[in-house]
Design a protein around this ligand. Structure first.
Ligand code: TYD
Length: 206
């Protein structure tokens, strides 16, 4: 086992269809091959609140922006208590496919105050050691969803909304530990870029 001095928290963020899920999976496999203990998680989760959220995305917006934001927070509180904190205290690497930066961007894009969202989250959610934001034009993301996955777009997935979400992700460039990477490259190139920044981080933590 390649043991680290402490747990490490990494989140991969970005608009819908930018490739977070593929990239988180590849990064997890790579680090496991290197013998690190890795926990891969995604938000929204499959828990009570996560299921409520998935219903919302399928059937259209029935909650107010504030309620919606609260649901993501409730879901995350469970995730932090049950999964994230225990793994970090065991010195594992935790790789998140979305975390509270998605709430800042997506619920911020509905008009909620982004600084308030951040404060509310940081009251209970550990701050990541690295926040990787994959950036690409919304058209790239939405085309990937309809062409490759042959999926219908859900109500989050309109160009107009994704533009706002993207702008908010880009506005986080000066937040601590944020790295913005080009998500319009191909899968291998993006993975190469991600590995480079993650290895830098791991070397620093040791
Ligand atoms: P997503 O990870 O895309 O799930 P799936 O792959 O099952 O579609 O998440 C669903 C949507 O939830 C996505 O459009 C982003 C949105 N979202 C928020 O609005 N706020 C949040 O805090 C999170 C974590 C996700």
């Amino acid at each position: 086992m390649a043991d680290l001095k402490r747990g490490v928290l990494i989140t991969i963020e970005g608009i819908d269809g930018v490739g977070k899920t593929t990239q988180t999976k590849l990064l997890t496999e790579y680090l496991r091959e290197k013998d690190y203990r890795v926990v891969q998680l995604r938000e929204p989760t499959d828990g009570f609140w996560g299921k409520k959220i998935k219903n919302l995305t399928k059937h259209g917006r029935t909650a107010s922006p504030k309620e919606e934001c609260q649901w993501f927070l409730n879901d995350r509180k469970e995730d932090v208590e049950k999964n994230i904190n225990p793994a970090l205290s065991q010195g594992k690497i935790v790789i998140m496919d979305r975390y509270y930066y998605s709430t800042i961007a997506y619920q911020g894009a509905l008009g909620l105050n982004t600084e308030k969202i951040r404060e509310e989250n940081e009251k209970f959610a550990p701050k990541p050691d690295m926040v990787i934001i994959l950036d690409a034009p919304p058209k790239v993301g939405l085309d990937r969803i309809t062409d490759k996955r042959k999926e219908e777009l859900n109500y989050f997935e309109t160009l107009e909304y994704q533009e706002k979400v993207r702008a908010l992700f880009l506005s986080m460039k000066n937040y601590d530990n944020v790295r913005i990477l080009d998500g319009s490259k191909n899968v291998e190139e993006i993975q190469g870029d991600i590995r480079r920044v993650v290895e830098e981080l791991i070397n620093i933590i040791g």
